[in-house]
Design a protein around this ligand. Structure first.
Ligand code: XUL
Ligand code: MN
Length: 343
């Protein structure tokens, strides 16, 4: 029995297309995914705005809310909660050059429209959290945008969202690059600074994705710890990553087991989840997997997370204290290795 509640998004079960080749698996319907997530033991679903309301650009605000209410009924049918809604600001022709920080005023206005609609959808789904993964908020040609103006535009956009809804909480999901070359908000340290500069820091926090921290050359456990120290870690996307290359979304722990253990440990030590936070898994199955393996990465990640939770619960803090007192970190390190490698 895990102490945590887990969440997942419909995009975590996908057809396998990548930048170099087409789909390798069939599409699975939204309801089928939701039903399977429930059977697997997930408690909540993460949404992009258009995961819950496809084709929303062509709909009125009232139609969007009505459509989102149908999704809420589906969640209720399977006794699942919505964790957050994230405006998908990277797919649209209006956001080729970014959303909130676009050089086009019209496109910045479109981005705000989508952000407000995402808040409406969150309300219809019964959740109070918005995630901003700032995919194209940055540059692919450095001189095309000012880093100062971009940062100010981002803060202004967040202030607008805070003003639009007095209850909404914003989690910034940081990532240093991809699809942009340089992101305007690459790490949780940046997110905390944006929070502090906003009109209501108590409603602006962070979401740490393991792979994104690694892409920034940082240890995800330390990023988690930093935001926890600020009281602003409201979500995580646990997964894994082989070094600083493209975002891989590997199953949690399969590349960097000790780092995965330390992520779980720091979450447990600091009561993550006590205020209703979920552990999100943002993992993707390998392109090579056949149709019947469409959920295997989720099964594996859940299993690994729970095994690491059990290891972290057994961590011998008395021994750790003794090692620290004696400054015998070799002994402490070997203890961690044995904890991880022995049954
Ligand atoms: C992209 C990523 C997204 C966000 C939600 O790297 O992680 O799936 O989690 O928009
Ligand atoms: Mn993510």
């Amino acid at each position: 029995m895990s102490r945590f509640k887990y969440s997942v998004g419909p995009w975590n079960v996908h057809e396998g297309a990548d930048a170099y080749g087409p789909a390798t698996r069939e599409t699975i319907s939204f309801e089928e995914k939701i039903r399977t997530f429930k059977e697997m033991g997930f408690d909540a679903i993460q949404f992009h705005d258009d995961d819950s309301v496809p084709n929303m650009n062509n709909m009125t605000e009232a139609e969007i809310i009505a459509e989102a209410k149908k999704v809420k009924a589906l969640l209720d049918k399977y006794d699942l909660k919505a964790e957050f809604v994230a405006p998908r600001l990277w797919m649209d022709p209006h956001t080729v050059d970014g959303g909130f920080t676009s050089n086009s005023k019209d496109d910045r206005e479109f981005a705000m429209w989508r952000a407000y609609r995402s808040i409406d959808i969150a309300n219809a789904l019964g959740c109070d959290k918005l995630v901003l993964w700032l995919a194209r908020e940055g540059t692919i040609c450095y001189e095309s945008k000012s880093p100062v103006t971009s940062t100010k535009l981002l803060i202004e956009a967040i202030n607008n969202m805070l003003a639009y809804d007095k209850n909404i909480k914003i989690m910034i999901e940081t990532k240093p690059n991809e699809p942009v070359d340089r992101s305007v908000c690459p790490t949780l340290g940046h997110a905390m600074a944006i929070s502090a500069a906003s009109n209501d820091p108590s409603r602006v926090g962070g979401l740490l994705e393991s792979a994104h921290a690694m892409l920034a050359g940082l240890d995800p456990a330390s990023e988690i710890g930093f935001a926890l120290a600020m009281g602003k870690l409201w979500g995580v996307h646990l997964n894994d990553q082989n070094g600083m290359k493209f975002d891989q979304d590997k199953s949690f722990g399969v590349e960097n087991l000790r780092t995965a253990f330390n992520q779980m440990k720091v979450l447990m030590e600091n009561g993550f989840g006590d205020n209703g936070e979920y552990i999100g898994l943002d993992v993707k199955v390998m392109r090579t997997e056949k149709q019947e393996g469409s959920y295997k990465h989720l099964e594996n990640s859940l299993k690994i997370a729970k095994m690491l939770e059990e290891k972290a619960a057994r961590f011998d803090y008395d021994f750790q204290e003794k090692c620290v007192k004696e400054r015998d970190y070799e002994a402490l390190e070997m203890y961690v290795m044995e904890l991880l490698m022995k049954g």
